[in-house]
Design a protein around this ligand. Structure first.
Ligand SMILES: *[C@@H]1O[C@H](CO)[C@@H](O)[C@H](O)[C@H]1NC(C)=O
Ligand SMILES: *[C@@H]1O[C@H](CO)[C@@H](O)[C@H](O)[C@H]1NC(C)=O
Ligand SMILES: *[C@@H]1O[C@H](CO)[C@@H](O)[C@H](O)[C@H]1NC(C)=O
Ligand SMILES: *[C@@H]1O[C@H](CO)[C@@H](O)[C@H](O)[C@H]1NC(C)=O
Ligand SMILES: *[C@@H]1O[C@H](CO)[C@@H](O)[C@H](O)[C@H]1NC(C)=O
Ligand SMILES: *[C@@H]1O[C@H](CO)[C@@H](O)[C@H](O)[C@H]1NC(C)=O
Length: 393
C-alpha cells in the first residue's frame, strides 16, 4: 500500500498480448467496450485529465462498479456471466475496514483482510486490525437473489507481534502469512497468524542482520517455498516508523534455513509483488507515482534465478496511468491483476478494468472465479472465469 490521501480507483488487468481490436461485448451486462481508437483523438477543445489519480478515466461516464473492456481478450477473462457487486460495507470504521492483505482460507471458506494503513487507523500509537467475512454467506445470499448483499465482518483479536499489517498471502502451512510495517520501535516483520481462534501468531523474520526493515509492504510465496517481500519507506512517511535505515528494495526469505537475501533494488517505492505460475518470472510494482505523478508508476518484470533467487533482466511490463501499482495478483494464464488508479499501457496491452470508482489497494481470488476487491469502505465480488495462481503451501 502507498501513502497519500487519495489512492487508487480500480483494479486493472494487463496482459502481454499485442493486438488491438474492437471488443464485441455482446449481452454481457455491466460492461462497456472502450476501443482505444474511440479516444485516440480528443480534439483541441477537449477536457484533458490534469491528475491521473483523482480524475478517473471513465469516458462513457458509466456508474461504477462495472467492467471496462479495452481488448477482446478480456472477455475470456470475464466469461459470459460475469458481474461485479458489493458484498460487504462499513463507512464508520475509523479509516476504512477493508483495505489490504486479502487472504482466502479455503478450509473455512473465509476471506481475511486488514483495515486501513493510514492514520488514525494506523499510526505511531495504534495498529490497524484484521477482519474476516464468510464466503458461504455470500454464496447463500447470491443463491437467494438478495438485492443488496451486506454480509457481516468479524474483527480478530491479535497479539502485540502483529503491528500494522500491509500485506498478506497464503495460507502458509495452514496460517495466514503477513507483512507488517511495525510501529514505533516495534519492528516490521513477516508473521504467521492462526486463522482460527485464539488467532495466535509466530514471527518468522523481524530483522536484516540485526537492522530493522523499513516497513514491509507486500509478499508472495514462490513454488519452492521461499518467500519474496518488498520493503518501502511508507511507515516513515505515514509517521508510524523512524526514518529508514535501508534502501527500499526486495528480499527473499527462506523459512527452512532463516536465510534472508536482498534480490532486487533500484526502486523508489516497491509495493505489490507477484510470481507467475512457472515460478520463473517476478513482477514488482513501484508506486512512487501516487505521491508525485512524474515519478515511476510501473510494474517491472524480472527473471528469477532458480538457484540464487536473485532477480535479473529487469524490464517494463506495464505503466499504471493513475496513481501507481498497488497489490498484484496473477491468474493461471499469467494475466496480471493490478490494484491501481486508472489505465495501463506499455509493452503489454491493457485488457480491461474492474472499475470500482473508489480507492482499491488490493484484491485476491477466493477460489476460482471469485475476485474479491477491497475498496476501503466496501468489499466487492467480481465473478469472472479466471483462476487464481497464488501459491499456498
Ligand atoms: C474550440 O473552441 C474555440 C473557442 O471557443 C472555437 O472557436 C472552436 O470552433 C472550437 N473548435 C472545435 C473543433 O470545436
Ligand atoms: C462498522 O464497524 C464498526 C466497528 O466494528 C461497528 O461498530 C459498526 O457497527 C459497523 N457499522 C455497520 C453499519 O456495520
Ligand atoms: C477510507 O474510508 C474512511 C471512512 O471509513 C475515510 O475516512 C478514508 O478517507 C478512506 N480512505 C481512503 C484512502 O480512501
Ligand atoms: C459460514 O457460514 C455458514 C452458513 O451460515 C456456516 O455453516 C459456517 O459454519 C460459517 N463458517 C464459519 C467459519 O463460521
Ligand atoms: C498456534 O498455537 C498452536 C497450539 O500451540 C500451534 O500448534 C500453532 O503452530 C500456533 N500457530 C501460530 C501461527 O503461531
Ligand atoms: C515530483 O518529482 C519531480 C522529480 O523528482 C520533482 O522535480 C518535482 O519537484 C516533484 N513535484 C512535487 C510536487 O513534489
Amino acid at each position: 500500500m502507498f501513502c497519500l490521501a487519495k489512492l487508487v480507483a480500480l483494479s486493472s488487468i494487463i496482459s502481454i498480448s499485442s493486438q488491438a481490436l474492437s471488443p464485441d461485448i455482446g449481452d454481457l451486462a455491466g460492461a462497456v467496450s472502450i476501443p482505444p481508437s474511440s479516444f485516440a483523438v480528443l480534439g483541441q477543445n477537449a477536457t484533458f485529465r490534469q491528475n491521473g489519480l483523482i480524475q478517473q478515466f471513465n469516458p462513457t461516464n458509466t456508474t461504477p462498479p462495472f467492467f471496462q473492456i479495452f481488448h477482446p481478450d478480456f472477455l475470456t477473462v470475464l466469461g459470459p456471466n460475469a458481474f461485479v457487486r458489493s458484498i460487504a460495507k462499513n463507512a464508520t470504521f475509523a479509516s476504512g475496514f477493508a483495505f489490504e492483505a486479502p487472504i482466502f482460507n479455503p478450509p473455512t471458506n473465509e476471506i481475511f483482510f486488514a483495515s486501513s494503513v493510514f492514520p488514525p487507523e494506523s499510526s505511531f500509537t495504534h495498529s490497524n486490525q484484521i477482519s474476516k467475512i464468510n464466503m458461504t454467506l455470500v454464496e447463500n445470499a447470491l443463491a437467494q437473489k438478495v438485492a443488496d448483499i451486506n454480509v457481516p465482518f468479524e474483527t480478530l483479536s491479535l497479539p502485540e507481534t502483529v503491528q500494522i499489517t500491509n500485506g498478506g498471502t497464503g495460507p502458509f502451512k495452514g496460517s495466514l502469512l503477513l507483512t507488517t510495517r511495525g510501529r514505533g520501535n516495534l519492528p516490521s516483520a513477516l508473521v504467521l497468524v492462526n486463522p482460527k481462534t485464539p488467532n495466535n501468531a509466530t514471527v518468522l523474520l523481524d530483522n536484516f542482520f540485526a537492522r530493522q526493515f523499513n516497513s514491509m509492504n507486500d509478499l508472495k510465496i514462490h513454488p519452492s517455498g521461499k518467500i519474496f517481500f518488498t520493503d518501502d519507506n511508507l511507515g516513515f512517511t505515514d509517521d508510524q516508523k523512524p526514518p529508514p535505515s535501508l534502501p527500499s528494495q526486495v528480499y527473499m526469505f527462506d523459512p527452512e534455513t532463516g536465510l534472508v537475501r536482498m534480490v532486487a533494488d533500484n526502486f523508489v517505492t516497491p509495493n505489490g509483488i507477484a510470481i507467475n505460475p512457472t515460478g520463473k518470472i517476478a513482477y514488482v510494482g513501484d508506486s512512487a507515482g501516487i505521491t508525485n505523478s512524474t515519478l515511476p508508476s510501473t510494474v517491472y518484470a524480472f527473471d528469477i534465478d532458480p538457484e540464487t533467487f536473485f532477480f535479473s533482466n529487469r524490464r517494463v511490463f506495464a505503466y499504471i496511468d493513475s496513481g501507481g501499482p498497488d497489490g498484484i495478483q496473477v491468474d493461471t494464464k499469467g494475466n496480471l491483476y493490478v490494484a491501481s488508479g486508472d489505465g495501463v499501457q506499455t509493452d503489454g496491452v491493457l485488457l480491461g478494468k474492474v472499475f470500482i470508482g473508489s480507492d482499491v489497494a488490493n484484491m485476491a481470488f477466493a477460489g476460482d472465479g471469485n475476485l474479491i476487491v477491497l475498496a476501503n469502505t466496501s468489499i466487492f465480488l467480481a465473478r469472472i472465469v479466471a483462476k487464481s495462481a497464488v501459491v499456498s503451501i
